[in-house]
Ligand binder design. Structure first.
Ligand SMILES: NC(=O)c1ccc[n+]([C@@H]2O[C@H](COP(=O)([O-])OP(=O)(O)OC[C@H]3O[C@@H](n4cnc5c(N)ncnc54)[C@H](O)[C@@H]3O)[C@@H](O)[C@H]2O)c1
Ligand SMILES: O=C(O)[C@H](O)COP(=O)(O)O
Length: 527
């Protein structure tokens, strides 16, 4: 039974897939103290949060069984993704589910800001019929400057155009051509700041966007312009905004987010020109159902051994690409595990070559799995698909992948070469149509081994009797040989035997095999 902790308020309809899964037990408690959270994560396989629960390194380190953290929303700045990656925990989010709601909220804020609706309503509540005080501005023909032209930025642009506003946008991934296609004007950040009557930010909060709109940026804006932030607190420097509104440089601001939340006592809230909501961008029935459903499905998939659709700390792989790659997952891991058992010394470099059908495919996920297979020998389940590259890098192991035209006659071929401070070992495998995986080369030797079950890999000198002695010794220990492959460089030279046996060898059998004349190395492994 998988245990899933839900520590923020989520849509009950959205988490139905979890509630209905027979192999999942959900623990729902959106009002936990920090101490309760630390205790609760100790026994769970997965957790789902919104922006409230802070999934810090401390939380992650208290969660030895945690495999996946689901963010029912977009921003993952409340999750220590680096700590999750280091601990092999997949982080997923729901990037699309609340786009429309947040864009609509931005428009609601834009119109409220232009027409002073919250302020006027507040006066009415105080039984004051103020008409002169609340003269607004029209949106038509005004310039809206959009910083961050991603999912939400684009939706805001479309809606602003519906109000016949002029849209100018800046985003590092936007150029003239793409902007033209989207029906907006492309500008540099400086141009957007200079031309905007309304400036709205829709970037993530990252190092580069922290205080992107600071005093210097605000000085570049038109006097009397207005600013909106429905993205993340901290993109706009709050002190600078406060001073700019106070001085009249900025006519007003609409904020859904703050650097520190909850923000009930913020100085900006004392300014009548500033309107605000308590982080409500995604708070609609539809958005909450969407995001909760999206993460629930990803969590169930991952816990049951499947692949997730919206990984944050794993590169996303399209379903089309996944279909091409998935048949090779097992082979990649088998090759890695095999090599890790036969190499001597400290690992320094892993090189993976792909050829044949794999020439035109993004093979990075396969390399990651091969590296996981290699590192598993010493790290066990601490290494997985999420942290394989990072773990290798931390250990000073260089990873490279290369495409090769040499197929050795196979339709597809994966060759893994590992270099230690003592030796270089190579293995190559293929996926035979309908026949499963095969190891077809080991070091310089061509072999044909099904990489499954119990294998014994023996290095020896090609001398009469070596094979016979191995067979007799195994028979003495009641070990049945299922298949045996022998490769040699030349007659009487170095040779290798790969035996697949029906059971693991026990007792002193390993030692006795190693003692046989002409045998230099014996490795036993189970795949
Ligand atoms: N208020 C809410 O409740 C709410 C709801 C959903 C999303 N959000 C926030 O809204 C923001 C946007 O979400 P999204 O789904 O559109 O994300 P997105 O990833 O689709 O778009 C973000 C865009 O910002 C751009 N960007 C990054 N750095 C930039 C920079 N320095 N200058 C200009 N552009 C830059 C990226 O290239 C990207 O196109 C995020 O911060 C998200 O957390 C808030
Ligand atoms: O990043 C997001 O998805 C939004 O900020 C929504 O946050 P919430 O889930 O806490 O409403």
């Amino acid at each position: 039974m998988y245990r899933v902790l839900i520590s923020d308020p989520l849509s009950e309809d959205g988490i139905k897939p979890l509630l209905e899964a027979a192999d999942v037990e959900t623990i729902v408690d959106p009002s936990m103290s920090h101490e309760q959270l630390l205790e609760a994560v100790g026994s769970v396989d997965a957790m789902i949060v919104r922006s409230q629960t802070q999934v810090t390194r401390e939380v992650i380190e208290h969660a030895p069984h945690l495999k996946i953290i689901g963010r029912a929303g977009v921003g993952v700045d409340n999750i220590d993704v680096e700590a999750a990656t280091e601990n092999g925990i997949v982080v997923v989010n729901a990037p699309d589910g609340n786009t429309i709601s947040t864009a609509e909220h931005t428009m609601a804020m834009l119109m409220s800001l232009a027409r002073n609706i919250p302020q006027a309503y507040h006066q009415l509540q105080q039984k004051r019929w103020e008409r002169k005080k609340f003269v607004g501005v029209e949106l038509k023909d005004k310039v809206i400057g959009i910083v961050g032209f991603g999912r939400i930025g684009r939706e805001v642009a479309q809606r602003a155009k519906g109000h016949r506003m002029k849209v100018i946008a800046f985003d590092p991934f936007l150029n003239e051509e793409k902007a033209e296609k989207a029906g907006v004007k492309h500008g540099t950040l400086e141009e957007v700041l200079q031309q905007a009557d309304f400036l709205t930010v829709h970037t993530p909060l990252i190092d580069k966007t922290k205080h992107l709109i600071n005093e210097e940026a605000i000085q570049k804006m038109k006097t009397g312009a207005r600013i909106l932030n429905c993205a993340r607190g901290g993109i706009i420097e709050e002190n600078a905004l406060y001073e700019a509104v106070k001085s009249g440089k900025i006519a007003g601001a609409a904020l859904d987010v703050f650097e520190e939340e909850p923000a009930t006592d913020h100085p900006l809230l004392s300014l009548p020109e500033v309107i605000a909501t308590p982080h409500l961008g995604a708070s609609t029935i539809e958005a909450q159902e969407n995001v909760a459903t999206d993460v629930s499905y990803d969590i169930i998939e991952l816990l049951r051994g499947g692949t997730v659709r919206n990984p944050v700390n794993l590169p996303a792989v399209s379903s089309e690409m996944m279909e091409k790659l998935s048949p090779y997952f097992k082979l990649s891991e088998q090759l890695g595990v095999f090599l890790s058992r036969v190499v001597a010394g400290t690992l320094e470099r892993v090189q993976v070559y792909y050829s044949g059908d794999l020439l035109d495919v993004d093979t990075m996920p396969l390399t990651r799995i091969a590296v996981k297979g290699i590192l598993k020998r010493h790290l066990g389940s601490r290494v997985n698909d999420v942290n394989a590259f990072k773990t290798a890098a931390d250990k000073g192991i260089t990873i490279n992948e290369q495409k090769s035209t040499s197929t050795q006659g196979f339709t597809n071929l994966i060759t893994v070469e590992i270099e230690s401070d003592q030796e270089t070992r190579t293995i190559a495998g293929t996926l035979l149509n309908g026949l499963g995986t095969r190891i077809v080369q080991f070091d310089h030797y061509s072999i044909d081994v099904v990489p499954e079950g119990h294998l014994i890999v023996i290095r020896h000198t090609d001398q009469p009797g070596a094979i016979g002695r191995v067979g007799s010794l195994l028979a003495e220990h009641q070990v049945n040989i299922a298949t045996m492959q022998v490769g040699r460089t030349n007659e009487g030279g170095e040779a290798v035997m790969v035996l697949s046996v029906d059971k693991e060898i026990e007792g002193d059998c390993h030692e006795k095999l190693a003692d046989i004349a002409d045998i230099s190395q014996v490795q036993c492994l189970t795949l």
